[in-house]
Ligand binder design. Structure first.
Ligand SMILES: [Zn+2]
Ligand SMILES: [Zn+2]
Length: 309
């Protein structure tokens, strides 16, 4: 696990673990960034899955910090790769409360549906990659809504920004003092030195329109720094990164919608998406098939809804 101090009292930890067996975000190991905010009310942001939780606590202790004092564990949303470790962490950390949006909390109170969804997407060997998913009891939860201010660290306000789309419960945290936007998976997936981010897609449920609205909400905050959970702090200009991910998210949507209207197969639409993004589609560094499937399913759901089915 790599450790980097990104602000006074704030550290970023970057880990890779297991393998993305669904090839959802990468064709190799899963990358993850988590953050620790030191102070009177220490907090972990986007802790990640159980499989890296112990290593994360060790890395925090190596900074000379007392992990028993940690008060907050704040995943951006309830997917195994971001929140999977919250149950284990609240058992391990005597004072910690896990921060969830109201829409996500039921999935951690009883993780049966989260476990089933994880197995569906990542296959039967998901525990080898992510570790187990333990429940978080009600008295160890802090339920938050858009606009709430969390007093992480020493008095600074971390504003809750509801950013659904990638998931129905996704929150980002905006450190207003530093202009730092901890955006989880809401603003897509950046894999430097790749020049294009992936849209904030996922399986089985990706909401394209809600994602675009969340990206626009982030732009309005004009953050000085973006901190996406799969790549860690980005040194690039956040305004450019936000513009690019909005455009990628919208344009892939147009390609898939056009393909569906023309009766194309997923494989044909996948070729179309690569041809749209890369001068030589063979130079795409991985398959866009999960991306295409996530869009197609969204448009199918939307059409069913519009038809009143
Ligand atoms: Zn996710
Ligand atoms: Zn993610």
């Amino acid at each position: 696990m790599e450790t980097e101090q990104i602000f006074p009292g704030v550290w970023e930890f970057r880990a890779t673990y297991g393998r993305d067996t669904a090839e959802l975000f990468t064709d190799g190991a899963m990358p993850h960034a988590a953050w620790f905010v030191a102070g009177d009310r220490p907090a972990i942001l986007d802790p990640g899955p159980t499989s890296i939780a112990e290593e994360l606590l060790d890395a925090i202790r190596k900074l000379g910090q007392d992990t028993d004092a940690i008060e907050w564990v704040a995943p951006s949303h309830i997917h195994v790769d971001h929140a999977g470790g919250s149950g284990w962490l609240t058992r391990e950390l005597p004072r910690a409360k896990a921060v969830f949006h109201a829409r996500g909390a039921p999935f951690m109170r009883d993780p049966a549906r989260l476990i089933a969804g994880t197995a569906e997407v990542f296959g039967d060997s998901w525990r080898d990659v992510f570790g187990d998913i333990l429940p978080v009891p009600d008295d160890r939860m802090a339920i938050v809504e858009d606009g709430d201010a969390l007093d992480f660290g020493s008095g600074g306000a971390y504003r809750v920004v509801f950013t659904p789309g990638h998931s129905l419960d996704h929150i980002s945290l905006y450190d207003e003092e530093r202009g730092a936007f901890y955006c989880g998976h809401a603003l897509g997936n950046y894999k430097p030195p790749r020049f294009l981010p992936d849209p904030p897609m996922t399986l089985p449920y990706f909401d394209v329109d809600a994602s675009v609205a969340s990206i626009r909400k982030a732009r309005e905050l004009a953050p000085k720094r973006l901190l996406p959970a799969h790549s860690g702090s980005l040194a690039s200009n956040p305004a450019i990164a936000i513009d690019v991910v909005e455009r990628v998210t919208l344009e892939i949507g147009e390609v898939v919608k056009g393909g569906m209207a023309a009766g194309k197969s997923d494989a044909e639409m996948e070729t179309d998406v690569r041809a749209h993004l890369f001068a030589d589609p063979a130079k795409a560094d991985r398959s866009y098939m999960p991306v295409v499937v996530s869009y197609r399913r969204y448009y199918e759901r939307r059409a069913r809804k519009a038809a009143g089915a």
